[in-house]
Design a protein. Structure first.
Length: 67
């Protein structure tokens, strides 16, 4: 990874996030979330929005167990 690489933020169905170079095809199972920038900018965005690291399926299972 170099300073000139532009990244996009991806999210999968489990609501997990990843940084991905904009010039590389998005892998199956991941979708762009309309955030592009430097590695630092994208990392800061992920830090801001991904506050619960548990996969979505685990969060749902735990919420249902509490109900």
């Amino acid at each position: 990874m170099d300073e000139n690489t532009r990244y996009q933020v991806l999210r999968n169905d489990e609501e997990q996030y990843s940084l991905w170079p904009v010039d590389v095809e998005v892998p199956a199972g991941w979708q762009p979330v309309d955030k592009e920038g430097t590695e630092a900018e994208c990392s800061a965005y992920v830090d801001e929005v991904w506050t619960d690291m548990r996969p979505r399926s685990l969060r749902v299972r735990m919420e249902n167990a509490e109900a």
